[in-house]
Write a protein that binds this ligand. Structure first.
Ligand code: ZN
Ligand code: ZN
Length: 405
């Protein structure tokens, strides 16, 4: 049995910080979290955290790419590159996220994710918690940086085959599309976190979606409806939008891209105050430009994804609007805490336990708790990643990237 013990750090628990913490891991699981030095077993490998924060590994439910690769490239190499590049940023479980694409492109992506998940070893980086089926069921006019020509309405014959792979755990569809009700019901039956995004839906369409199992909205304020956009679509009287619906329904969760480029500090803070850390996730919504030099890249499949430009801090579409983020989850946690004004333990909860709970994997990951997988990130006092452990094994240094893109 391998016993790993981390001492001299501050453990970040879901509800508080625990100073002078002792975290013991036996084989691949956490066996003790507390302050008793007497719990350090003889023969344990002891890691001195030297005052660092001992955090649970991050869980990202919305992630397109990194290290030069996009999961929609549809190869094992691309998906592995994304997992490795995000593990450098403290993410230990991620949900590769489809963009809009052809049926063949989505099946290639799903097959590659199954292969990477099933062949996982510690050198592979972040573990795959499941796939987020995000595109292609978006509302026209709300596609953002996605390729609109392959955006479509959900048809059972098509989407059932995606769910048949068994790897889809998060499922998005715009609530106003014909076929959304059947999609939501089917995805709910599969045990997915069901979400509405890239949508111009009204309050009543959201309410119908909720009745069919929809419980989450993708990247709050981005590519979603507001009262004016619903009025432009449906006329007067003005109706409630996704925004009012999410804020008023305590069962609904949502997520923010906390890179400091998509949303101003007051919006990050507002989202946290309104929804609380149990209903708000931090996501990276990261594209392939993570850890890559500024330049032009494709969003989505390498062959025909739409072009965007990374300035090294965020992605820009040719229209001048944002084209998703280029930062890892460590950056999102820092931003939410330092600029968004959210206490550290709550910012970390939004990047760990909350997404794990919403996707139903919190029995195994998402917090430092006895019996959970030993996924641990040591963060310096300035919240930079120092060390990453996945299933109790320390990940290697060195960022692997695909520079040929
Ligand atoms: Zn999006
Ligand atoms: Zn996205």
């Amino acid at each position: 049995m391998t016993i790993l013990c981390i001492i001299n750090g501050t453990a970040v628990l879901p509800d508080r910080l625990l100073r002078d913490a002792v975290v013991v891991c036996r084989d691949e699981r956490i066996s003790y979290v507390g302050t008793a030095r007497s719990r350090v077993p003889a023969g344990a490998k002891v890691i001195d955290a030297k005052g660092a924060y001992i955090c649970p590994g991050f869980v990202d439910i919305h992630i397109h790419g990194g290290g030069g690769a996009d999961v929609m490239d549809g190869t094992v190499d691309a998906v592995s590159t994304v997992c490795q590049s995000h593990s450098r940023h403290g993410t230990t479980t991620l949900f590769p996220t489809t963009s809009t694409g052809t049926d063949d492109q989505i099946h290639a992506m799903l097959a590659a994710c199954v292969e990477v998940r099933d062949g996982w070893t510690v050198d592979a980086g972040s573990k795959i918690g499941g796939v987020h089926l995000y595109g292609p069921y978006f509302a026209k006019g709300k596609v953002g940086c996605h390729n609109e020509s392959v955006c479509r309405t959900p048809k059972a014959a098509e989407f059932r085959r995606y769910f048949d792979t068994g790897i889809v755990r998060v499922a998005t569809c715009a609530a106003e599309l014909p076929g959304a009700a059947a999609f939501y019901r089917y995805a709910t039956k599969q045990g997915c976190l069901v979400t509405c995004g890239h949508s111009n839906s009204s309050w009543s369409e959201m309410d119908a979606g909720f009745a069919n199992g929809m419980r989450h909205v993708d990247h709050f304020w981005c590519a979603m409806s507001n009262v004016s956009s619903v009025r432009n679509r449906l006329g007067v009287p003005m109706q409630g939008s996704m925004l009012e619906y999410v804020l008023s329904n305590p069962e609904m969760s949502t997520e923010v891209i906390a890179d400091g480029k998509h949303l101003a500090p007051e919006l990050l803070n507002f989202a946290w105050r309104m929804k609380g850390s149990q209903r708000l996730c931090l996501v990276t919504d990261c594209n392939r430009a993570l850890d890559m030099p500024p330049g032009r890249y494709r969003f989505g499949p390498k062959s025909d994804g739409s072009w965007f430009t990374s300035d090294g801090e965020v992605g820009w579409a040719s229209t001048g609007s944002l084209a998703s983020a280029v930062m890892g989850m460590d950056h999102m946690v820092r931003t939410m805490h330092k600029i968004g004004g959210v206490p550290l333990h709550e910012a970390v909860r939004m990047a760990t336990l909350t997404p794990a709970e919403r996707t139903g994997i919190d029995e195994h990951v998402g917090s430092l708790a006895k019996g959970k997988q030993a996924d641990i990130v040591l963060l310096s006092k300035t919240l930079k990643v120092k060390q990453v452990y996945i299933n109790g094994h320390r990940t290697k240094k060195g960022v692997r990237t695909l520079f040929e893109c």
